[in-house]
Design a protein around this ligand. Sequence first.
Ligand code: ADE
Length: 243
Amino acid sequence: MRFDVFTLLPAVFPPYLESSILQRARQRGLIDVYLHNIRDWTHDRHHVTDDEPYAGGGGMVMKAEPIFEAVESVLGAPPACLLILLTPQGRVFDQRAAQELARHERLGLICGRYEGVDERIREHLVSDEISIGDYVLTGGELPALILIDALTRLIPGVLGDPDGAADDSHATGLLEYPHYTRPPEFRGWRVPDILLSGDHAKIAKWRREQSLLRTLERRPDLLAAASLLNADLKFLEEHGFKR
Ligand code: ADE
């Protein structure tokens, strides 16, 4: 999968892209991330990328011309792939959106800064707008990295375990069950006996129930959309869940 990132701060990306799983995915050719500095598409002496808003109001606005030029010279006109603007006004990113976007071969990502971008970029250039949550950051760079990270780990072969992403919190519509590793006892706190029992059917049932309980306690809002079996519903109802 190829990502083309349009940003005023390309330098913030490499430290993360060159670490751990993303680094390995890049080295193995499973992802490619191309960073494009929007400032390279300005033509004035001071390489200005922002300007005051028409009719006043606070802050500065990112100009349309350098962003259009950058995108069109890299992705063509119209852009040859889905082009996403990272903005707190976009649809909220979640695991389902990650799964859907991970099916694309190539994505363009525009990172906004300042108060926002000239509205003509939304209206006539991008195909999608994504927010990573209901809070406002100083720019779209961290959101772009979050999106790249969430999509990359869904690409087959990226995680060591082929089923690595299948049980993740949210992948099933539920929060994931608790994990433990050695030692079996730490400061008097024991790992649940069932996990040491070697009984795979019982362990699977325990994990499913823990997953259901956790979701019921912490994120009951998720249960409405989760795919639940009759046995799941029965278990949840025994623990106070009402349909
Ligand atoms: N830019 C600033 N805040 C943002 C957010 N929450 N999501 C995506 N892009 C942003």
